[in-house]
Ligand binder design. Structure first.
Ligand code: GLU
Length: 466
């Protein structure tokens, strides 16, 4: 196909960005970006009762956190209602739609009669083929003249060939009696006008696709490529709900998952390419295709999410990781880093990032650089600070004052002090951990000393030595 690929994400702004929506957006983004195409964003705010500006803002924030940038302005579906109505009238002019004057009562009576006869209650309007000369001066809706016989075939890139018997579909309303367009019409007009070539969305919209395809046909427009992706299920195989854990994209940010890891994990959730597991978004763009999307619902696996995030923490650029850490602290409502903490964090990230999966874990491992003197050691750590150990620490501090501050110079000094005390380095490490971090489990003693620097190290040892 020579035309440029155009995809879109079309959320209804009725709540936060759901993780399933985030994945739908991601698939659309990857598909377009990997093909030099465009990824557009349309807010489907036609339902005025349920749409809120807060929800739109939350959706944009969620997408931005996930790193899914869209092309051009955000399109408001509601703002395009005149255009939708215009198309409904064009359908009338083309003879592919008609004015229907049936009242609610007539329609209900028709359905009841059909059901009584044991038939599927598809409303057949008596106005479908009526001569306009017989039209009353009364309110009307515009209905699409849907084919009554035969089949509508959705050639879906994920679901395969989906066949819908036309007799099961009624002539759907495209314009209501108050002149407002229906959602079904609006989606098609918008996708057409926005030049959307590929509609990639949840398979809860598969049934809509048949009706929507009829609108394309009624207008003589090119039908897009359809790809209806299975929804995300919880670890137990049931439809994902709050019961399983977080369902909102922003909740994952607040829980401290790095965005790159989240993208990687969500890409693999329901899509596969050989045995590729850990990849950057650039790599994903090159690999991503519709044929790799599975037909079975994907199950959320928190362990796998964490492992994937661990790889991305370790792979991350230090400066970018620091920025993301700061954004996490803000999102989680935690205290921002002080200048001193930030300077230390910069020095510690190259090693800390290698052993953590999330930002809270990173902060936990960074405990030694976040605390201020005097450090109150935890009870277990305090046990290592007996009088013998305190004496050893005392003999260490003067030697550290003149040492050059590299691991290579510090190592012989610590070994020497341990040897003089007749203990192994392992025995020295415990009081050092207690003095430097107030804990028994910490990063390596050298790493901590290098991060906090000579003065702070000496002061912490002096505090502990008493
Ligand atoms: N607004 C619809 C939703 O949020 C999506 C419609 C579409 O992608 O065609 O479920």
């Amino acid at each position: 196909m020579s035309t440029q690929v155009v995809t879109r994400f079309a959320p209804s702004p009725t709540g936060y960005l759901h993780i399933g929506g985030g994945r739908t957006a991601l698939f659309n983004w990857l598909y377009a970006r990997g093909r030099g195409g465009k990824f557009l964003l349309r807010i489907e705010d036609t339902d005025r009762e349920r749409s809120t500006p807060e929800a739109t803002a939350a959706i944009l924030r969620g997408l931005t956190w996930l790193g899914l940038d869209w092309d051009g302005e955000v399109v408001s579906q509601f703002a395009r209602r005149d255009r939708h109505a215009e198309v409904a009238h064009q359908m009338l002019a083309r003879g592919t739609a008609y004015k229907c004057f049936s009242t609610q009562e007539e329609i209900a009576a028709f359905r009841a009669a059909e059901e009584a006869e044991g038939r599927y209650p598809v409303f057949l309007s008596p106005w479908r083929d009526a001569d306009p000369a017989t039209h009353p001066d009364a309110p009307y809706v515009i209905r699409m003249k849907a084919p009554r016989t035969g089949e509508t075939v959705i050639d879906d890139k994920v679901q395969g060939r989906v066949v819908i018997r036309n007799e099961t579909l009624d002539d759907m309303i495209v314009l209501r009696s108050d002149g407002t367009p229906t959602y079904m019409l609006a989606v098609v007009v918008d996708d057409h006008d926005m030049g959307v070539t590929h509609v990639i969305r949840g398979d809860d919209h598969l049934n809509n696709a048949a009706r929507q395809q009829m609108v394309y046909d009624a207008m003589g427009w090119q039908v897009p490529v359809w790809a209806h992706i299975p929804l995300i299920h919880g670890p137990d195989g049931k439809k994902l709900s709050k019961r399983h854990g977080a369902t909102g994209v922003e909740e994952y940010q607040a829980m401290g998952y790095p965005a790159a890891g989240m993208r990687n994990y969500l890409t693999r959730l329901g899509w596969a390419h050989g045995d590729a597991e850990i990849f950057t978004s650039e790599e994903a763009m090159k690999m991503f295709d519709l044929s790799g999307i599975g037909r079975a619902p994907a199950r959320l696996d928190f362990k796998k999410l964490e492992n994937t995030c661990g790889h991305h923490m370790a792979m991350a650029d230090d400066a970018a990781l620091l920025q993301e850490l700061k954004a996490f602290l803000a999102a989680a409502g935690r205290e921002p880093l002080t200048d001193v903490q930030e300077t230390r964090m910069k020095a510690a990230l190259p090693f800390l990032k290698k052993s953590v999966k999330t930002f809270p874990e990173l902060m936990e491992k960074a405990h030694f650089l976040l605390i201020d003197r005097p450090i109150a050691p935890e009870a277990k750590a305090a046990e290592a600070l007996d009088s013998v150990s305190r004496g050893i620490l005392k003999s260490l501090t003067p030697r550290l004052r003149n040492a050059s501050w590299t691991k290579d110079s510090l190592e012989p000094i610590l070994n020497e002090v341990a040897a003089e005390a007749g203990i192994g380095f392992g025995k020295l490490a415990a009081p050092l951990r207690a003095a430097l971090a107030g804990r028994t489990v910490t990063p390596s003693v050298y790493d901590m000393m290098l991060v906090i620097g000579r003065d702070e190290t000496v002061r912490r040892l002096e505090d502990a030595a008493g």
